[in-house]
Design a protein around this ligand. Structure first.
Ligand code: ZN
Length: 246
């Protein structure tokens, strides 16, 4: 069974009454509940736990990690970022949510600034499904409509995604690549835009469906473990005299 670790910065919920009203136990609990209802084994981890809750042991048993952070990206220790990145390269799936676009982890995996335009004006957002046959779009309508959203606008400074599953349109006129699939090493990475802390986005059924689908998609496959380095020929071939074979 797929084991999911739901990571959350978990600061806004403890510092703002507005956010606490929407997510009394934290964003991570709402996401974890939706995922376990769908049949995944879930656990949570937060910034203020030792090692941010992401010990070697936790990561070793994690098939897919979800990441929500916003106000304290800088407090995530570099050695933990390195540890998570290594697990992604080994094959762990990663789902980066909303303001996680600016996390150390996502910026490192993308290699770009991951900057974007933003505006907080409770405007509506329509997320159009661009790839209906993609597993992340399973069970959805042609679009998801969110009444109140924070705007994220292009340009979003990320590498061109391997597959773009959603594009958002905002009431104010901007567009945004909202569902971006990548592979890094053996790991699958999905960036999903919705999820501002002052709107009840993660209570939305369609959004929960996307999260469930994304965990399924990002679950490691069981392909071969690649070997690297100097390699003996599979067939009998002539080696040049000056070549050293170790
Ligand atoms: Zn936000």
């Amino acid at each position: 069974m797929t084991t999911v670790t739901v990571w959350n910065e978990y600061r806004h919920e403890r510092e703002s009454d507005t956010v606490a009203e929407i997510y009394p136990d934290g964003i991570h609990v709402v996401i974890a509940d939706a995922l376990s209802e769908a049949g995944f084994e879930t656990q949570t981890a937060t910034l203020d736990e030792p090692a941010h809750g992401l010990t070697e042991a936790v990561l070793a048993e994690t098939d897919v990690l979800t990441w929500w952070g916003h106000a304290a990206h800088d407090e995530v220790r570099d050695e933990i970022v390195e540890r998570v990145q290594q697990r992604v390269l080994e094959g762990m799936g990663l789902i980066v949510l909303h303001s996680g676009h600016y996390s150390k982890l996502f910026k490192r995996l993308m290699g770009t600034t991951c900057s974007l335009k933003w505006r907080e004006a409770s405007e509506s957002e329509r997320l159009w499904v661009l790839e209906p046959s993609h597993p992340i779009a399973a069970g959805l309508d042609e679009y998801i409509e969110l009444e109140d959203a924070e705007m994220y606008g292009e340009r979003f400074d990320v590498p061109a995604p391997e597959t773009l599953v959603f594009t958002s349109w905002f009431e104010g006129g901007e567009v945004f690549r909202s569902g971006c699939c990548y592979r890094r090493g053996n790991g699958r990475v999905f960036y999903f835009r919705p999820g501002h802390e002052t709107y009840p986005i993660y209570h939305n059924e369609a959004i929960q469906q996307v999260l469930v689908n994304a965990v399924g998609w990002a679950t490691p496959g069981d392909g071969p473990t690649p070997t690297f380095g100097n390699y003996e020929p599979r067939e009998s071939i002539a080696l040049s005299d000056d070549r050293t074979v170790h």
